[in-house]
Design a protein around this ligand. Structure first.
Ligand code: HEM
Length: 200
């Protein structure tokens, strides 16, 4: 995994819990005093170990932590890759162009980088459907990034996940719908899937 993700995880933990907490997680994950450089690649297992240690320390669920982390990533990702973004884009436009315009450039600049394979389909002016496929099974990070993108554009979206690799599906499927300010977000109990609609 791209060192950017590890470095951002460090920033996320230090921002929320302080440097001693980060040092504690490194130790618990068996990583000693390891430092992460954004120019390097590191094993996915480092992230796995750190997230497991964070769950143990906080009692939080891994998917909840990963979702928060995904949202945290967005301001820096957008700042770093700003030239790839069209000024006219809003949340759903950015999502729709992530694979063709953003992840493809990440792969080109760094052939070792393996961002998730995302297929976004625009199914209407206010809705895209995402198929997420990655051996890393980080769909929680994808949900968080979507929430973070919506926050960046000061828009509200609901995310309904209708299939998940963690439940044995071949891919994760989610529908992302922009909620207009005149509409109310779908209440969780009325969401049309077993996973709850999440207003961003
Ligand atoms: C400005 C926009 C974005 C940038 C610059 C960006 C960049 C990156 C980079 C550098 C990585 C690490 C790749 C690696 O470890 O090899 C990554 C991974 C990832 N990206 Fe993006 N990304 C963006 C938008 C998105 C969006 C909109 C989504 C999903 C909705 C997304 C989902 C993911 C996920 C889930 C991963 C973790 C790797 C995996 O699941 O296999 N990204 N991205």
């Amino acid at each position: 995994m791209h060192g950017l993700i590890h470095a951002q995880l460090q920033k996320f933990v230090i921002a929320h819990h302080g440097r001693p907490a980060w040092q504690g997680l490194l130790k618990e994950a068996g990583l000693g005093n390891k430092t992460f450089l954004t120019s390097k690649q590191y094993p996915d297992s480092d992230i796995g170990g750190l997230v497991t240690a964070a769950c143990k320390a906080t009692g939080a669920r891994a998917d909840a932590l990963l979702e928060q982390f995904g949202a945290f990533l967005v301001p820096d990702l957008i700042a770093m890759y700003q030239p790839l973004l069209q000024p006219s884009w809003r949340t759903l436009d950015l999502l729709e162009h992530t694979e063709s315009t953003i992840h493809s450039v990440v792969r080109m600049r760094n052939p070792e980088a393996q961002p998730a394979r995302l297929r976004f389909r625009r199914v209407g002016p206010d809705e895209v459907q995402l198929t997420y496929d990655s051996a890393r099974k980080l769909c929680a990070v994808a949900r968080g990034i979507i929430r973070g993108v919506a926050e960046h554009f000061e828009e509200t979206v609901t995310i309904v996940e209708t299939a998940c690799m963690h439940d044995g599906a071949a891919t994760c499927e989610m529908s992302v719908r922009r909620v207009m300010s005149s509409e109310k977000p779908v209440p969780a109990a009325a969401a049309p899937s077993r996973r709850q609609a999440r207003p961003a």
